[in-house]
Design a protein around this ligand. Sequence first.
Ligand code: MN
Length: 307
Amino acid sequence: MSGPVTTADAPASGAAAPPVGANGVEIIPGREAMVGAVPVRRVLPRRPRRTVGAWCFADHMGPMSVTQDNGVDIGPHPHTGLHTVTWLIAGELLHHDSLGSEQLIRPGQLNLMTAGQGVAHAEEATPQYEGEMHGVQFWVAQPDATRHGPASFEHHADLPQVELPGADARVLVGEFAGAASAARADTPLVGVDLRLRAATTVPVQRRFEHALIVLAGAVIVDGTRVTPGALAYLGIDRDELSLSTDGPARALLIGGEPFPEPIVMAWNFVGRSRDELATAARQWNDEDERFGRVRSALARIPAPVPA
Ligand code: MN
């Protein structure tokens, strides 16, 4: 998926809001946006919450109906300084990137692309798929220690699953309830897909801040009802989360150590200064070798020229 992140989402730079303590639930409404022909609800970055751990962007895509003439087609575009984490609930997508990766992704599988100093990719509908499309794409900010490093791509078809009373969980990233995902994480991070049938208590790490993104149904946390289209920020200093539902529900739990480095985001880039991001935008538009080439029939998406 492609941003673009604009100042409508959150200020382009500045420090993140301080984490709140364990007894607060902050409901932050998402913003409806279009990514190509795809309606999304952008729940990160938002004012006042720009990051949850290193998670810095989240687009909840669909649910929508796709046909052979109307699908997800995001042409080649670049990224820097972030990982893209793609997770589908329904549908399928074909990923092409400048490393030469070509990967079909289906529900239950995770695509994780590391941009480092630069990568480009395209996300396309598959010719045969018709039906529901529903998923999330996250970006995770890379720390200074790795953000100038090489790009890479991982596909994880077999993620650990955990059975809990009232719920089952799939561990996308990090460690949860004794199960660890093999997906790359450059900073302490967790991402879990929770399917809730009834009230449940899930263990979390005290030093992490957490947030919940409900994909379907409703989840009640600390007496606050959370529904699709918002980010429920849960703060730091919790050992567990008590969740309840009034019917089947599905939610993504994300968390991590508060990201210590102030980041700057613009369009599809994460960096540390506006100059750095302007250089990346110019290089993409000049077809600089930094971003390589993507094998895709779709048109390249030009970077907005910085003011
Ligand atoms: Mn993208």
